[in-house]
Design a binder for this molecule. Structure first.
Ligand code: NAD
Length: 486
């Protein structure tokens, strides 16, 4: 049985404590491989390697050369596309149609786009008078922050990891990545890519393990890590922020959501069904930007419920390689149990189950996977935990509303503030409502459309900071002012 190793200082190494854990395929519960868990000592080694690389060839490399190297990383991911695809699909169980369209291409694009951005970002320049009349000039330069700890979730493993590693490297930092214990494969494979294109050793490191008492905590507590970027649950973000406070180290936190969809009666209803259907069910509901609360104007409520029910019932669960599959399993048995507890809770709280609500009947060869039915409810009170807590499953609750202000109030009635998707053909309303929803991203007549140059992040409990485009540079560089007396 293969063991996935840590990638430290350009080499694949077993953890020094010789411990490993299982990487399970969520399609059928089979063992994909063992994963070598990094010890505290291994994390130390990774930090030392990353610090040395900063002081060494990587730190001295010119921007143009560094950018070329990142284009080469992207090209090598594309060349090895099928290996990345197979690894991602095995770890997550997501349909090939999805991973080949989003996860892997975006994984490569994240290196290209940030290589472009760092080359084109302007600086500041100010002239100032001085008492002796000669004057002074000020200009800004951006310098790397140093060693960045990158802690990643399992829902879009390569995409979300490179979303951080791409800009971090483009800005001249070095990184230590702690992929999710559920999806360790593509981060490891990327180590091979880094070596193949000649990225100096120690620039990109991968340590495997869990959160508390394991690699995640060792990394975020390590004083040799200069900044931490994290995507995952809000509670984990709070723990990481507490660790980062020691040494006053900056954090970028992309956290959970309980996103609302707003559907107005004047929308194009078929487009809205398609958009809300994707927002609720894509990637088996395991998208931070997904929609678990949908508010629909009362005059079209019954029609909308009927059409979304048909959408959900037409989704095809199945093996990822099957071209007709558009819904995979949940990431793990543990997550399946969590989602099922919410399905149970919805019933206890008096929901009408419009469709789904349990575990689907799957063919024998898939029966040990962590499958779940796409589910729609109506009739829950806003105070139900199903309405306020992030479930991260393929489910949505539909609630009717009468007035625009009421819809805005309902959408904002959550401790989270990540994303909203709103559907209307009234242009004035679209702009009016978008400006009043407390979120980092508001989609109008669309969902999950991402221009990588734009700001991405959440308000309230959904995170701190913005990444994407030049906004990523705010986190991955320090802006230094140079003042020159003339
Ligand atoms: P998670 O918080 O359980 O785990 C994320 C990572 O943190 C894993 O690598 C885990 O090992 C590590 N970790 C856990 N505890 C830690 C600790 N104490 N110290 C250091 N590391 C620790 O999240 P998940 O279940 O992998 O992912 C799903 C969550 O991620 C959802 O809440 C989802 O909304 C969120 N998410 C947010 C975004 C966004 O951009 N806002 C994107 C994707 C996912």
């Amino acid at each position: 049985m293969k063991t996935l190793e840590n990638f430290i200082n350009g080499e694949f190494v077993l953890g020094s404590n010789k411990q490993s854990f299982d990487n399970i395929n969520p399609i059928n519960g089979s063992l994909i491989c063992k994963v070598s868990e990094a010890s505290e000592r291994d994390v130390d080694l990774a930090v030392s390697a990353a610090r040395s690389a900063l002081a060494g060839p990587w730190g001295k490399m010119k921007l143009a050369e560094r950018s070329q190297m990142l284009y080469a990383v992207a090209a090598e991911i594309k060349r090895r596309f099928d290996e990345f695809l197979d690894a991602e699909v095995a770890d997550t169980g997501k349909p090939v149609s999805l991973a080949s369209h989003i996860d892997i291409p975006r994984g490569a694009a994240n290196f290209e786009i940030f290589a472009d951005i760092v080359k084109n970002v302007p600086g500041e320049y100010f002239e100032m008078p001085t008492p002796d009349g000669t004057g002074a000039i000020n200009y800004s330069i951006r310098v790397p922050k140093g060693v960045i700890g990158v802690i990643c979730p399992w829902n879009l493993p390569l995409l979300l990891m490179t979303w951080k590693v791409g800009p971090a490297l483009a800005c001249g930092n070095t990184v230590i990545v702690k992929p999710s214990e559920e999806t360790p494969s593509t981060a490891t494979l990327l180590g091979e890519v880094m070596n193949a294109v000649g990225v100096p050793k120690g620039v990109y490191n991968v340590i495997h393990g869990f959160g508390p008492g394991s690699a995640g905590e060792f990394l975020t507590k390590h004083p040799g890590v200069d900044a931490i970027t994290f995507t995952g649950e809000t509670g984990t973000g709070e723990a990481i922020m507490a660790n980062a406070s020691k040494g006053v180290r900056p954090v970028s936190l992309e956290l959970g959501g309980k996103n609302a969809g707003l559907v107005f009666a004047d929308c194009d209803i078929d487009a809205a069904i398609d958009g809300i259907g994707r927002a609720a069910f894509a990637n088996c509901g395991q998208v931070c930007l997904g929609t678990e609360r949908v508010y629909v104007e009362r005059t079209i409520f019954d029609e909308f419920v009927g059409k979304l029910k048909s959408y959900a019932e037409n989704l095809k669960l199945g093996a990822p390689q099957d071209k007709s599959t558009n819904l995979g399993p949940l990431i793990s048995k543990e997550h399946q149990q969590k989602v099922l507890r919410y399905y149970e809770k919805a019933r206890e709280d008096g929901a009408a189950v419009i469709t789904g609500g349990g575990i689907p009947q799957m063919p024998e060869e898939l029966s040990k996977g962590s499958w779940i039915q796409p589910t729609i409810w109506t009739g829950l009170a806003e105070k139900s935990a199903v309405m306020s807590e992030e479930i991260f499953g393929p489910c949505a609750h539909l609630t009717p509303f009468d007035e625009e202000d009421e819809a805005i109030r309902l959408a904002n009635d959550t401790p989270y503030g990540l994303a909203t998707t709103l559907w209307t053909t009234n242009l004035s309303r679209a702009h009016r409502v978008a400006s009043q929803i407390d979120v980092g991203i508001c989609w109008i007549n669309s969902w999950f459309l991402r221009d990588l140059r734009t700001a991405f992040g959440g308000m309230k409990n959904s995170g701190i900071g913005r990444e994407g485009g030049v906004h990523s540079l705010e986190f991955y560089t320090e802006l230094r002012n140079v003042c020159v007396k003339l």
